[in-house]
Design a binder for this molecule. Structure first.
Ligand code: PGA
Length: 270
């Protein structure tokens, strides 16, 4: 069977006109050999209509980026390559860091910045996250900026204030003409790895509030073109309910993206 690569371009949602984006964040899992095996199986399970429904980005650890780049090219797999983090510095004496230009050279399209695990376990501030987002943009890629409140912040009624504080440095430093192409991921910390996603009504309410906040700061044109993903215990069982939420344009998937069958089913169910 020969399939044309052009068959795999995602169509915008007919109502929102935004192109959906489903992203698999593998976190610190899978060596490069396991990564190749997973994408081969995943590719085999996917059909052209799955790729037309949404753009699919895969975010392996840095050590598997080159292998996946080669696999995607060799087998014409229509996944978009993604990274999980990046340095805010362009180059220099920063032992252990990876620059945005290095990622761009590997064909990376999207870079997750400010994941709650980076904020919480590695002390990343919202200012640093904003600088990382900018570095991603300057290297010609798109950032997926993660924001989300903890269980305590939610029960204290601080959710919107927390999200606004996380977003503000990005909205203030990112070039305004490129902001509409930035992706936000709303990931309530209490739903990540929890086994149960936030209820669709809650996600809908928060996503609407995020879009309203963006609109209030930078205008409605940017707010309506910006994509908002939901992340936190997304599975094949809830992907459809989450994707039908009006202000949700995609999903950021952790655990369920580590298995080809479950991730393929999740995308097909969405
Ligand atoms: P999870 O992780 O799907 O395993 O809850 C989501 C994330 O942290 O991006």
């Amino acid at each position: 069977m020969s399939r044309k690569y052009e068959d795999f371009v995602a169509s915008p949602d007919p109502i929102t006109h935004r192109v959906r984006l489903i992203s698999g964040n593998w976190k610190m899992n899978l060596n490069h050999l396991e990564a190749i095996a997973l994408v081969q199986k995943l590719h085999h399970l996917m059909r052209p209509e799955d790729f037309r429904y949404a753009e699919i980005s895969l975010h392996p650890p840095f050590t598997a980026l080159r292998s996946l780049q080669l696999s995607f090219e060799a087998d014409r797999m229509p996944f978009t390559l993604g990274a999980q983090d990046v340095s805010d510095e362009p180059s220099g004496a920063y032992t252990g860091e990876i620059s945005a230009s290095m990622l761009a050279k590997l064909g990376v399209g999207y870079v997750i910045v400010g994941h709650s695990e980076r904020r919480r376990l590695f002390g990343e501030t919202s200012e640093l996250v904003a600088r990382k987002a900018l570095a991603v943009h300057q290297a010609g890629m798109r950032p997926i900026v993660c924001i989300g409140e903890s269980a305590k912040e939610r029960s204290d009624g601080d959710t919107e204030a927390v999200l606004a504080a996380q977003l503000t440095p990005v909205l203030e430093s990112y070039p305004i003409d490129a902001l509409g192409a930035l992706v936000l991921a709303y990931e309530p910390i209490w739903a990540i790895g929890a086994g149960e996603a936030a209820a669709p009504e809650v996600v809908g309410e928060i996503a609407r509030a995020i879009r309203a906040l963006v609109e209030a700061r930078v205008g409605s044109e940017i707010a309506t073109s910006m994509r908002i993903q939901y992340g936190g215990s997304v599975t094949a069982g809830n992907s459809q309910a989450l994707m039908t939420i009006e202000d949700i344009d995609g999903l950021l998937v952790g655990g369920a993206s580590l298995d080809a069958d479950s991730f393929a089913l999740l995308v097909k169910s969405a």
